[in-house]
Write a protein that binds this ligand. Sequence first.
Ligand code: GDG
Length: 746
Amino acid sequence: MDRLIIISNRLPFSLDRQGDKINIRQSSGGLVSAIKSYFESEGSQKSELTERLWFGVADFPQEDWDLVAASQDQNQDFNIVPLFVDNEVYDKYYNGFSNSVIWPLFHYFSSLARYETAYFEAYKRMNQIFAEKIAPLLQPGDKIWIHDYQLMLLPQLLRTRIPDITVGFFLHIPFPSYEIFRLLPSEWKKTLLEGVMGADLIGFHTYDYVQHFIQSVKMLLGVDNYFRTLLYQGRLVKVDLFPIGIDYKKFNQAAYDHDILESRNEIRRNFDEKKIVFSVDRLDYTKGMMHRLNGFEYFLENYPEWREKMVFILNIVPSRDTIPAYTERKKLIEEKISAVNGRFSTISWQPLIYRYNHLAFNELLALYQAADAALITPLRDGMNLVAKEYVASCATQHGVLILSELAGAASELSEALLVNPTDVTDVAGAIARAFTMPVYEQRNRLSQMQRRLQEYDVLKWVNDFLEQLTQVRIEQQKQEVRLLDDRSIVQMRRHYQRASNRCLLLDYDGTLVPFTRNPTEAHPGAALTDLLRRLSSDPKNNIVVISGRDASSLDRWLGALPLTLVAEHGASFKKKNDNWQQLVSVSDLWKEEIRRIMQIFVIRCAGSFVEEKANTIAWHYRNTAPDFGFSRSRELLNNLSSLVQNTTLQVVDGNKVVEVRLSGFDKGITALKIVNEMDPDFVLCIGDDTTDEDMFKALEGEAYTVKVSAGASAAQYSILSQQQVIPFLGILSTPNALTEKEYAGS
Ligand code: GDG
């Protein structure tokens, strides 16, 4: 039985004290709506969770909480653990770093970001305070789910304190493209990514955000990905998309609630059955209020036939009103509203009904139901729940959603009238179209969106995330590579000795020989040559050296031995005692463009060089200043990846090398082909690099797979250093009994 621990910056409510009386007020905002709905619906179902706890910062004094806690019904859906923190640090962390750096930047408002060191320091401090306060309260088996951009460092901070915890992280706002993210000072952006990578599962609303995040992690932390799985510090981390849902039933069934229906009818009567456009948002420059008003003004100008026949109810919920970017915006919006009303109102009609207040939930539902159209025009939005709630509320299949194509929700709500908020003609045209849209078309569009929202509601969203979190932990356990110990070696050797047709697939650089400054110097030493000679003289053995190297180097070093040699990951090969064969013979023209780019990087990065092989060009940066070489390699990867799109080339991020090669050849495919042809009764595969992971995966269940170096891998076993490979192969192929002492001393 597990506990679910939700951690978010704020709690789902605040406390209002009036004299001796304390009122509980629910906070508005996407995260709170979603998690609360989940707890409410989940509370009424059979659940495997023994307890649900919600940690967050209290925006009320301890003594008020003590009074409320004492009088609280203990039988509620979840328990609250408020954190009481220092106001000054909190202000710099929340209004400062969270909402004046991350929020504007991640929403592509880079000019509003204020890069102040004191903000970043407070952000680090507050994340530490969360970790210090929460870590001692955690228990083994807890599932921890951290929410949003205010707590990006917390996953790592908790993991450092309790390495074995299960942590999920979800970002409710967009993750921007790398070009925007990189605007952050170097230390900040690395710290943020390292913080998030402390989680086991990292969730985003859309596929774009997932891609952006993976790209930033690759560029800045040098982490390899396999689809949406990253290997970070020896741990497997999964990144995936979980488009947040809503409590569909709650919104849809509100249409049958007598009181809400009554309020809805009253609203319609008050406006004499005029057409109603409705919008509700927190006060925020990302929500595109000014653009909405410009579009609406253009509508009144250009569709005069609708004057006096419609109203636009615009509700803005106060938010972050101590931050200048917000207060200034409020002023501008209110001036614009007055100007539009001043210009178009008549004695008996006013086009804009504006409220700056929090709506009671039933009032919000009544407005959703009363509206003929919802006008939602964010310039960027992680998802946008209002759009989904409006669609769910149209239970009578009447209503039109006008939605910005820049909201995350646009990718799921494609039957909405999608508009670009910066285009006034687009917005105005959509309003006019909504007013004249035939009922059958409204029904058609709504029902398709409603089906989707019903299927993936908030309950599904949370369950999906939590199930995947459990799944990642299972995968991590599978990936925990066992260190090759005496017992495994003894077992492996018994099998080796019984076998009559053995296949040993051995990588070259980093496995059979150590890395050298210059790849041309990596010739085999006497110990290796002797071993390979001895192994290959046994008629039961097929020794395959499988490498990314070019054929001529392998031939020069190993050509005299009776081995099978595979060069360039399989593009050319030489069977035992046979001649070299090329599997591809295509024009080399593609190399010119790649060579040109790589040579620019050689000039820009001292110590790097280009190596050219028959089917591969590689840029090596092993001999450069480590950080510098690494950051240049990220740039090169970026350039090359976009260049080779839609071609038959592939870019490989190897160990201190970036390679471009013809696709269709990887060590996995090649190794499998060799094993299928030989049909051996003993297979051993040893390698150290990312490209060797392809072999480990392809040979799963068919071979003993051994990775040189620690960390997560698809291999079964690991050997800690290259120096241990030759002794290990020696012991494997020597018939004497092995003692622990012999192996350790070898
Ligand atoms: C963040 C991301 C993402 C609003 N006004 C009132 C009120 N609300 C409720 C709505 C809705 C929620 O607040 C607003 O959610 P949004 O998704 O539209 O926007 P953010 O607050 O910016 O949320 C966003 C979300 O997180 C979830 O991941 O979608 O992109 O920015 O549920 O109904 N509720 C009441 N009165 C109001 O006046 N009762």
